[in-house]
Write a protein that binds this ligand. Structure first.
Ligand SMILES: [Ca+2]
Ligand SMILES: [Ca+2]
Length: 421
């Protein structure tokens, strides 16, 4: 069975204020630097680059997809019908094969050490979860009564999350050769899936639990798993919702359903409770620590990259003559790199998109200079005041807390004169 059908896998400056004296000082400091900026020529213009992730040689042509990307820009995914692949600098490699006749295998997660996870279908028709390291894949354990396993996410500690299923599904977590249920309903009335795990300590694990209703209807509830069948709901349990991704600072992305259909959702934990932002029609599959979200709407990849332009087609960020149609954006790393799937010059290909600029580079020219000061000051007025500009407002979040405020001023000043990595 092809499981792809069931997967998917704004914040203003927060108003925090320092003491009056210190506040006056930082305003004077930045205003003084701003005056200097008048004498410096500025360059601007967000330039996203898109890289085709090459098809594995010798594999029949079909749709390729990249599902995950780590902080080094190494992606993992799928060449339809084939063993799982990864890409380094756009060049493909096989993730390693734990079963000689395995086929139809997506790589679903990769950590910053390059350890990947995914699953494959064997010729007995059953799916098996695996991890792959240094070209060697190993099957993940299963427990009694369950015959199929699916691995979706792996963190930097090597903890893998996913589902184990046989007619019903338990959300599970693997550590080394141990497997533990995160949520397992003894009455088998609830299905649970875990899709993503953060690098925090303790890790945040997100997914959904779903109750079967009469007439084979199922209502899913986006949750954070705390183990031992304890879950934290992200939304009113009467609304269908799924959490597909989690960042390392309490951002969760997913979807929910209301009378207007399926909506992309971004949750953020604020003062101990989860607050949801409705991004618009569609589904969100990936999120990073800056609250940038990627996913799809209809037949197009969409994204919310915090440039003040809202949730919109990812193709808007590309040269219209790129030759690409983008279907689905699956993941975004903390550098803002986005992976997904689309069609390039008529063939189904996976892609990696890389934004120009970096933190502190407010005009996206690749350097942090005096020319960025006025724009940084403008960003301090908040995301809505920033408006829709070619370079993300979130570049002014220098300390990486997903807010832009006075706490970012000193680290911004320290970056002046540097070049983006
Ligand atoms: Ca700049
Ligand atoms: Ca910040």
């Amino acid at each position: 069975m092809d499981r792809r059908g069931i997967e998917g896998r704004g914040e203003r400056a927060n108003g925090a204020r320092r003491g009056g004296g210190e506040r006056r000082w930082v305003i004077r400091a930045v205003a003084g630097l701003g005056a200097l900026a008048l004498f410096v020529a500025s360059a601007s213009g967000q330039q996203w680059t898109i890289t085709e992730l090459q098809h594995l040689p010798g594999v029949p042509e079909a749709q390729d997809a990249a599902y995950a990307v780590n902080e080094s820009g190494v992606a993992v995914g799928y060449c339809y019908g084939h063993w799982a692949v990864g890409w380094v600098d756009g060049l493909p490699y096989e993730l390693g094969r734990s079963h000689p006749d395995a086929f139809d295998s997506p790589g679903r997660g990769i950590n910053d050490s390059g350890v990947a996870c995914g699953y494959y279908e064997a010729h007995d028709g059953l799916y098996h979860a695996f991890v792959s390291q240094d070209g060697v894949a190993t099957d993940l354990a299963c427990y009694s009564g369950l015959t199929e396993t699916f691995a979706y996410g792996i963190n930097n500690a090597g903890v893998v999350v996913g589902g184990a299923t046989w007619g019903f599904t338990d959300a599970v977590c693997w550590q080394g050769d141990q497997v533990e249920p995160l949520y397992s309903d003894p009455n088998r009335a609830v299905d649970a899936w875990a899709y993503a795990i953060s690098n925090t300590n303790p890790p945040q694990i997100v997914g959904y639990v779903a109750w079967w209703l009469p007439c084979e209807l199922q209502v899913r509830n986006a949750v954070v798993f705390h183990g031992n069948n304890v879950v934290e709901y992200l939304l009113d349990p009467n609304l269908d919702s799924v959490a597909w991704a989690v960042s390392d600072n309490d951002h969760v992305a997913g979807q929910y359903g209301n009378v207007n259909g399926v909506r992309a959702a971004l949750w953020r934990k604020v003062n101990g409770s989860w607050q949801m932002t409705d991004l618009g029609a569609g589904q969100a599959s990936g999120v990073n620590r800056y609250g940038q979200v990627v996913g799809h709407c209809g037949t197009e990849a969409w994204a919310y990259v915090r440039d003040g332009c809202g949730w919109r087609a990812l193709s808007d960020l590309l040269d219209p003559n790129s030759g690409w149609s983008l279907f689905w954006a699956w993941a975004v790393n903390d550098k803002g790199q986005i992976v997904g799937e689309g069609v390039h010059n008529g063939v189904g290909r996976a892609f990696l998109m890389t934004p120009a600029g970096c933190r502190g580079d407010m005009n996206c020219d690749g350097r942090v200079t005096f020319a960025d000061i006025d724009l940084f000051v403008a960003a301090l007025a908040g995301e809505s005041a920033w408006g829709c500009r070619p370079c993300p407002w979130i570049h002014a979040d220098i300390n990486g807390d997903a807010a832009v405020n006075f706490a970012d001023i000193d680290p911004f000043v320290a970056l002046i004169g540097t070049t983006c990595p």
